[in-house]
Write a protein that binds this ligand. Structure first.
Ligand code: GDP
Length: 315
């Protein structure tokens, strides 16, 4: 990838896409192609084809998707399936037709079976039933992985799939109904502190184990793979994570420390726990030569600073 290559980042306003843009800019890539969803509806096949024919990107980061936390996934399964299948099919097919040199498709570790052994190795894909709370999203993402592989096999393309663990960082979604746990708890704890409440509410039992990766690390991994690895080396797909986990309870405690809230946690047992554990095996990623750099404590401090400057003031 030379610095004058035309690079299209689909979903550049999202958590991951915006981090990829920051990373590419910091490395001196100058020809970034960006479109908001208003400017280009990726669910519309004709619009996507016209866009690719006109812009002819050399490289594509496919970070556009309908995403959300445990409640959003369970509430809008039709939209999660339809929108994701359309977006990825349109972009992957247009990338092939317009001879894109390399494409990175972003999925998530929720593609793994609910009760897969831990840590999750890439080979556990499709070895058991999915977690019901995010089945629709997972099915769409599994279709995306298979589509990239099928295109590589049949057309000789270089379409790579990456499966990040739970991500967090600047430009995350802090909406309490649709967000993931880390931004949701950050906002709840911040509000509890400001309002001098005695406690805040944690959904579920607090016992599920999760792994968290700062989105700047995620972007760095994606750009690293785009620059250095090909589809054959990556094989079906590669996990992107830290290989470290903690319980939701411990996460809440870490957030309380960073935010400076000394009140109590209350658990809302009417909300789902989701999958009991979700830890990636990062052996393959390390073998490919990439390792995470931002530990949780520092990542949370950085994200809280961003939240205070960009969200809390307008809340
Ligand atoms: P998941 O990793 O796909 O299950 O998605 P989430 O990040 O939404 O949830 C992870 C875990 O955190 C689940 O066990 C949730 O029940 C729990 N959790 C605790 N409090 C919250 C909250 O305020 N919002 C969300 N989204 N999850 C929460």
């Amino acid at each position: 990838m030379d610095k004058n290559s035309k690079v299209y980042i689909a979903g550049h306003r999202g958590l991951v896409g915006s981090a990829i843009v920051r990373n590419l800019k910091s490395k001196g890539y100058e020809q970034l192609i960006l479109r908001t969803s208003k400017e280009l509806d990726l669910r519309n096949q004709n619009a996507v084809q016209q866009f690719f024919e006109k812009e002819r990107p050399d490289y594509v980061f496919l970070a556009a998707a309908k995403v959300g936390g445990i409640l959003a996934n369970a509430t809008y399964p039709a939209q999660f399936l339809y929108e994701n299948l359309m977006i990825q099919s349109n972009v992957i097919e247009a990338a092939k037709q317009n001879k894109v040199k390399k494409l990175i498709f972003l999925g998530s570790t929720c593609i793994y079976p609910k009760l897969a052994p831990q840590p999750l190795k890439e080979e556990y894909l499709l070895t058991g039933e999915l977690e019901p709370t995010n089945e629709a999203y997972a099915i769409a993402k599994i279709a995306g992985i298979k589509m990239c592989n099928a295109y590589n096999k049949q057309y000789g393309t270089e379409f790579i799939s990456v499966m990040p663990t739970n991500l967090y960082g600047p430009y995350d979604n802090f909406d309490l109904e649709t967000s993931h746990v880390l931004p949701a708890l950050m906002r709840k704890i911040h509000k509890a502190k400001v309002n001098q409440d005695e406690s805040f509410v944690v959904w579920g039992s607090g016992s599920p184990l999760r792994e968290f990766l700062h989105v700047d690390d995620m972007a760095d991994a994606c750009v690293y793979l785009m620059e250095n690895c090909n589809a054959e080396q990556i094989d079906e797909f590669v996990n992107i994570g830290t290989g470290k986990e903690l319980s939701i309870f411990e996460l809440a405690q870490t957030l309380c420390k960073v935010i400076g809230f000394e009140g109590k946690l209350e658990f809302d047992a009417t909300k789902p726990d989701g999958t009991p554990r979700k830890l990636t095996d990062v052996t393959k990623l390390h073998q490919l030569g990439w390792h995470h750099k931002i530990e949780l404590q520092r990542g949370v401090q950085d994200t809280y600073k961003w939240y205070l400057e960009n969200v809390a003031n307008y809340d």
